[in-house]
Design a protein around this ligand. Sequence first.
Ligand SMILES: NC(=O)c1ccc[n+]([C@@H]2O[C@H](COP(=O)([O-])OP(=O)(O)OC[C@H]3O[C@@H](n4cnc5c(N)ncnc54)[C@H](OP(=O)(O)O)[C@@H]3O)[C@@H](O)[C@H]2O)c1
Length: 264
Amino acid sequence: MNMDLKNKTALVTGSTRGIGKAIAIELAKEGVHVLINGRNDEEVERTVKEMKLEFPDTFPQNATADIVDTQQREALFKQHPQIDILVNNMGIYEMMKYEDVDDEVWEKYIRTNVLAANGLSKFYLPKMIKNNFGRVIFIASEEAVMPSGQMPQYCMTKSMLLSLSKSLSKLTIGKEVTVNTIMPGPTLSENVHQIIEGMYPNEGMTFLEKEKEFMITNLPQSEIQRFIRPTEIGRLTTFICSPYASAFKGSPIRVDGGMVPTIF
Ligand SMILES: NC(=O)c1ccc[n+]([C@@H]2O[C@H](COP(=O)([O-])OP(=O)(O)OC[C@H]3O[C@@H](n4cnc5c(N)ncnc54)[C@H](OP(=O)(O)O)[C@@H]3O)[C@@H](O)[C@H]2O)c1
């Protein structure tokens, strides 16, 4: 499908693996030049080379930075001052008991999952508005609207992104610039794949059988009864980046496999 995104430039945070990498690949399929980000420079370089090989008409670039670190963000801005699309994908998560979430943990999650994305948006959004084209996307989670109770420190930051996204969207009135939030449900990143493999060491089971078993036991509310594939998030994100999605303004967009049981 032609999404009319050829020759746009996109920064996808956390794009050396998982959902971020899938988003980078789907954007590159549409001719977008993607800036690959992660903290590990070797991994970033490897991903850039891989992308260049697979999508030779595009110009993927190295955007190594720990985006939680203000100074490294500043260096990134100097290196890549102009982009058309910002996908704030990077985020950390882990299961924690509420009693174990002390102030240090709250602060770490807010700095990593909210302030890093906010810092990037604050720099790039005004430029997009001036340019009269731009897309900012926050990758949240279904836990933003349906906290499971298993990771309170994570859920709160993802809910915050919904609010931030709507506030920023208010700055784009009358412009061909949009700010939206995508809320994936449980997704089969490399991390999740490893966890599932580790939970069922029985060699007689295929991965699909393990996945099915996991879903029945742990996520019975999922209507697809499988993990979402990162590519599925990548394709949706690419559409939201396209000029065909101009009417999505400050929207929380669910792609959760039916996890959230309510209409809205
Ligand atoms: N997987 C799921 O089931 C799921 C469901 C809903 C929502 N989400 C959300 O989707 C997003 C991606 O999740 P994922 O599971 O794909 O993540 P992931 O597999 O853990 O990928 C993490 C990526 O972020 C990079 N990264 C980590 N910290 C960074 C930092 N400080 N600065 C720059 N890059 C950094 C990593 O590279 P380095 O380690 O080299 O820095 C890597 O490229 C997250 O926001 C997550 O909350 C995930």
